[in-house]
Design a protein around this ligand. Sequence first.
Ligand code: GLN
Length: 304
Amino acid sequence: MIDFQSILTSINKAASKEKDRGEIADYIPELAKIDVENFGIHLIDIKQNNFSAGNSDMHFSIQSISKVFSLSMALGLIGEKIWKRVDVEPSGDPFNHLSLLELENGIPRNPLINPGAIVVADILVSQLENPKKDFLAFIRNIANDNTIDFDLDVARSEQETGFRNFAAANLLKSYGNLNNDVDVVLDFYFHQCSLSMSCAQLTNTFYMFINHGKCKRENTFLTIPQVKRINAIMLTCGFYDEAGEFAFEVGLPGKSGVGGGIVALLPNKFCVATWSPGLNPKGNSKLGMLALEKLTTETQLSIF
Ligand code: GLN
């Protein structure tokens, strides 16, 4: 039996001593207000035992981690048709790059880079009666937690400064791969990214990816083939141009966000979330990556 608690405790101890904690993402001004000293980690195993250390209950902006939720909802709503509008190849580029989009005629490389997530947002805006409300209800339902909410200050802050996302959405529109108004789609996208959650809440929500598409209450949200697809995309595309490095160091599918969160999982075994707001140059949490490397090395648990 692996002693997850003592491993998390020692990871938290090592993190608290770390001097070089990376840089906070300040291109979204509201995120720049967060204290770089925060660190939290929470792990849930397949039997729903919970282990945690540090600020694991503190809420933070999950940012791009939300792209996994929007993809899950869109895949559930329109099925495999989604792949006509967004591809499933790693980009090898930063999350906000636009050059490939032009080269590949408005079909984003994958749903976890910004242009791909904006196409997924467009699908949800078309499909849902009250897009923001229905999306939030979907996540609350998976997590069985009605306290999860958008952070309206973060959404507004990104709305005011999200020039590259406006550029991406306009480019998609020019290629005919955006059916709704740019402003409407981005309003949805910025709210989606602003979701405020803790490490513990993230592991509750991602539990379905280790449990064949079933949430903690055993309600089915995704089919087994859909879970396979999303876990594969997380492995190959979840960390932008650092997906290779994450597979190499950690060896798990996962997803990061510029708020400093990372979720990673081993199907049938466990799901873990870390939060440390300082980022490395590729936009992934510096201490989060170190923590997860330590976790999979010490437990000898990875998909490889
Ligand atoms: N909302 C952020 C953006 O679109 C998400 C980026 C991220 O977390 N990598 O720039």
